[in-house]
Design a protein around this ligand. Sequence first.
Ligand SMILES: C[S@@+](CC[C@H](N)C(=O)[O-])C[C@H]1O[C@@H](n2cnc3c(N)ncnc32)[C@H](O)[C@@H]1O
Length: 499
Amino acid sequence: MRIDIRPVSRLRGEHPLDVAGTLGPVLAALAASPADLPRVMLTCDWVQYKANFRDVADCRPILEGQPSPPWREEGTAPSEAGEAMEIALDLRRTVDADMPAVIGKLLAEQRDPASSGKIALEGWVPGRSSCIWQFNALYWQALSFWEQATGREYEQALPGGESDARNTAAVRELILELFKVWDDLDARDALPPELYVVELGVGNGNQAKTWLDEFVKLSAAHSRDYYRRLHYMMGDYSPHVLGRAMKAVAQHGDHVTTLVVDATHPTASLGFLRGKAFLVYISNVYDNLPTDEVARIGGRPYQVEVSAYLPGAEAARLGQSIGVTPERLPDVVGKLLKLGPELLCEALPQHFADPGQAVTFWREAWGAVRLAERYVPLPGLDTYQIAEGLTGELLRTQLEADGDLRMHVNNGALSSFARTLPLLHPFGRLQCHDLFVTDIRQYLTAFCGPGKYDGSVVNWVNGPLLRHVGNRAGFSVDIAPFSARPSSNVKTLTAQVRD
Ligand SMILES: C[S@@+](CC[C@H](N)C(=O)[O-])C[C@H]1O[C@@H](n2cnc3c(N)ncnc32)[C@H](O)[C@@H]1O
């Protein structure tokens, strides 16, 4: 049996983790079960996100071939059928849990899935296609409803309690570097009359406001009036967010334009800027875009498939709160995700008297959502499509370099990045503040998502993979500590045409 302990840094120090205390009862429970022990993999994480999609212990089948029929419907424990499985533990929570009971229940549910009372919200799908991304989109589409109910703004959930994009020193540094590029081009009569700056994923507009306010000051102090020529384009997929951001920068009038843009396909609405943008700015967005995970287990590549579900007890409570049976919840949740809280009341007035009740249901459902996972063999990396024009071959170096590992593909971020680069002026740059994995080996020792930030999803971004894609397109890609908070997990990625 293989045991992987990822949060190794917690094994030392003043208060080391009592892993042995956790593993003892787990191993005893497994030994007493009919599980096929040589084919059991025990993986220990430290899930730092208090709100997440995991239980204290989860069981993940490792399939031999393409699933047919689905294991859930077979009604037998994978272990009994001699199938391989991973038992995943969250060490942050195992200390307070009755582990023999937890593992006993987990294995019993594997033998008899119906006994769990779990309500599946979807079938098995790659991570990027899960309905958790519809929850995520709903959060940004109906942000005010959520914030009203919680009494706190989304920014407070970000690392550091506010967006790093608002750091004035970092903003000034970036603008002064832009001025230098423009001065040089101007000296050669090569500066275009229109100076385009694009921001993708604008949130409440505070970043744009900080940036524009600083720009005005620096431009006034500069020999050339760049502000007069500046066009700041704010793109987001949520019209609600755009409206809010526009209010925040109202004083900058005609210098600002808003556009509904899907960050994963920016060229669809921003194609007219091809080769013209001097700066594309993106902060805390890549970690919020849909992603798959892939793994190498025993030297073989697998795709992680997920199925969002509501645990039995939560489903019973949630159903009772709106007067429906748990079995009807997938339908009600589906309507919520399609219509949003306001229209849900109109569609189902017998269950929701006002939007407030619909928001309560939304928040509770989101809080309860978990992801079941299984590993499905990838027949060949070339058959796996990361995004349009990006094949799974790009994953080969990472998946084959460091032995077994599990990592993010960040399909949405890769698609966004690859399609944003062509928008850059030859002297332009893309700058991004986000939670980046900078070395693939970090996946061996850290939990990198998914987690929940209020109503949204967070996954760290596979930086070396972005760098690989940028390099292939002729760009240099640098990922450096965020200068204003060097110890932070938020890093700064800069991509520019290679000299
Ligand atoms: C965490 S907020 C970051 C806001 C701001 N950049 C900051 O740092 O505070 C994520 C933003 O990305 C937007 N977003 C998420 N997915 C998107 C997508 N596929 N296309 C466009 N915008 C998206 C959300 O609407 C939201 O405004």
